[in-house]
Design a protein around this ligand. Structure first.
Ligand code: NAI
Length: 286
């Protein structure tokens, strides 16, 4: 049976997931609750695929065929016919749980996988909201920007069936990604290891160990990081970094994961990183 992937949320992540799925040959139905977002997503797809063609990484015919496989819709009901769903809406546990309760009812067939791209919320908690469908809920954690980043972290919840995990690994591979498994603990692997490192960079800055440029320069030149931890924090969003540290502190029950006071203070001042034009560094063009 051919795969029709229903993507919910057409923002940075959902849009990217839809694009990669279409390029890999799947039919895609992408839905967003906000009509403006769907229009924007269409434009982003055209532009992004155009860049691949320009760089000689894809033919115009393949780009056109990928675009023709995507249907953009503005109601949840229009996702019917999908045999795989990937959710990439706002990172809010209540909103996601309400959605998964609806999805379980809307897709009663036992072979429809209900995947979430959450970066921090417990898969077990989201799966519980799907009731008797909990075994077909799985974490499918893509990275930003999706068309370029290689990894998909595959996270089974406590209830997820082995078959669903195997099928998720297979789909991620078909999408041209490298799937790696992590268990359902706060932050999974990526954020559990990355975020405390970023947080520590803020502590080092706060304590006057070095200035931001030097902290980032040392980590780039000395550890071969493509981007320093403070620059990366600006890219992710300082508010998101605080949110993830809070999830780690609570989920792992340990104060050592508390967000650095300086990081929290920058968020209070509205310095959120690239998206607000200033975080640790300044981005006047944004
Ligand atoms: P975004 O804000 O760019 O996109 C979210 C989209 O979902 C928006 O277009 C919004 O209109 C739509 N939306 C919100 N509530 C909805 C609902 N109830 N029904 C339908 N559509 C709804 O956010 P982004 O960055 O794409 O994040 C989406 C998810 O992916 C979040 O769970 C986030 O934690 C996760 N994630 C984000 C990464 C990142 O670097 N931005 C990386 C990996 C995961």
């Amino acid at each position: 049976m051919s795969t029709t992937i229903g993507v919910i949320g057409s923002g940075q992540m959902g849009g990217g997931i839809a694009q990669v799925a279409a390029v890999s040959g799947s039919s895609v139905i992408v839905y967003d609750a906000f009509p403006g977002a769907i229009e924007k997503c269409k434009g982003v797809h055209k532009k992004s695929l155009g860049k691949f063609v320009e760089k000689g990484k894809m033919t115009q015919a393949d780009a056109d065929a990928a675009l023709a496989r995507v249907r953009y819709v503005s109601t949840l009901e229009e996702l019917k016919g999908s045999n795989w769903v990937i959710e990439a809406i706002v990172e809010d546990a209540k909103v996601k749980k309400d959605l998964f309760a609806k999805l379980a009812a809307m897709f009663p067939a036992d072979d429809v996988v209900l995947a979430t791209n959450t970066s921090s919320i417990s898969i077990t908690e989201i799966a519980t909201a799907a009731g008797t469908s909990a075994h077909r809920v799985v974490g499918m954690h893509f990275f930003n920007p999706v068309p370029l980043m290689q990894l998909v972290e595959v996270i089974p919840g406590l209830q997820t069936s082995k078959d669903v995990v195997e099928r998720t690994v297979a789909l991620a591979t078909k999408m041209g990604k490298t799937p790696l498994k992590a268990n359902d603990r706060a932050g999974f692997i990526s954020n559990r290891v990355l975020m405390p490192m970023i947080n520590e960079a803020f502590y080092a800055w706060m304590e006057g160990v070095a200035e931001p440029e030097a902290i980032d320069g040392i980590m780039k030149l000395g550890c071969n990081f493509p981007m320093g931890p403070l620059r990366l924090a600006d890219f992710i969003g300082l508010d998101t970094c605080v949110h993830i540290m809070n999830v780690l502190a609570e989920g792992l029950n340990n104060d050592r994961y508390r967000a650095c006071p300086l990081l929290k203070q920058l968020v209070t001042a509205g310095r959120l990183g690239d998206k607000s034009g200033r975080g640790v560094f300044e981005y006047p063009a944004k």
